[in-house]
Design a protein around this ligand. Structure first.
Ligand code: ADP
Ligand code: MG
Length: 238
């Protein structure tokens, strides 16, 4: 079943058209990476899917339902941003459970979900710590944990590793891959980094200047790039 369908989506800010006729299909459980250079519209596309920006034209379907007029909180999505913005005065457990408390989820259920998410993300030993007592990688895992406890149908991750140093980028990338397997969740992951795209994706969507340039598996794009841009971007000899 289709977890996400975009049909001829456009987004303009004033006279500037940032997304131009984007059509994409994402299957349930797929790990899809949107890759493209800085400024090509990746974040805008995620924000349109999340409902943080309204599409100027076109349709966004999540789980088979047209959601163009559905507010972000009712779309069944959870988003992880590049800057993790944890609450500094709350410990790890409370950072993860805040949204659930606000939604009125029971204490027992919250405890269970936080425990499971922290086990998956290897944060069990850090639940009582405050953000200032964590490494950058641990903080980003807490930010991911905050999304996991909400049990979304669709995860949207916007360059979640870009604030981390090289070593932490590798280990956190592996954590995300492992999380995807354990949750059997649908994930859409935005990056401008070829290695992340090639190693994480079931399917890569290459974006350029607000358009879809090519869609395919990492191997398809590597072996049969549609043009020099894709070849150059994904690092195969053109
Ligand atoms: P990426 O995430 O791929 O780097 P963005 O989606 O952030 O790209 O931005 C794509 C283009 O849209 C850029 O030229 C950016 O300046 C423009 N843009 C993004 N958000 C806005 C906005 N709120 N108002 C005007 N222009 C914007
Ligand atoms: Mg961006």
């Amino acid at each position: 079943m289709s977890a996400l369908t975009l049909k001829n989506v456009y987004k303009a800010f004033g006279d500037t058209e940032v997304l131009k006729d984007i059509s994409i299909e994402v299957e349930q459980g797929e790990f899809v990476v949107f890759v493209g250079p800085s400024g090509c519209g990746k974040s805008t596309l995620l924000r349109v899917i999340a409902g943080l920006e309204e599409a100027t034209a076109g349709e966004v379907h999540i789980d088979g339902k047209l959601v163009n007029t559905v507010p972000p909180s009712k779309r069944g999505i959870a988003m992880v941003f590049q800057s993790y913005a944890l609450y500094p005065h709350l410990n790890v457990a409370n950072n993860m459970s805040l949204a659930l408390k606000q939604e009125g989820v029971s204490k027992a259920e919250i405890a269970e979900r936080v425990q499971e998410a922290s086990r998956m993300l290897q944060l069990d030993d850090y639940l009582k710590r405050f953000p200032s007592e964590l490494s950058g990688g641990q903080r980003q895992r807490v930010a991911i944990g905050r999304a996991v406890v909400r049990q979304p149908k669709l995860f949207l991750l916007d360059e979640p590793l870009s604030n981390l140093d090289a070593a932490l980028r590798v280990s956190t990338r592996l954590e995300i891959a492992s999380l995807h397997k354990q949750l059997d969740a649908t994930m859409i992951y935005v990056t401008h980094d070829q290695t992340e795209a090639m190693t994480l994706a079931d399917k890569i969507v290459v974006l350029r200047d607000g358009r879809v340039e090519q869609v395919g598996s990492p191997m398809e794009l590597y072996n049969k790039p549609a043009n020099k841009f894709v070849a150059g971007f994904l690092g195969s000899p053109a």
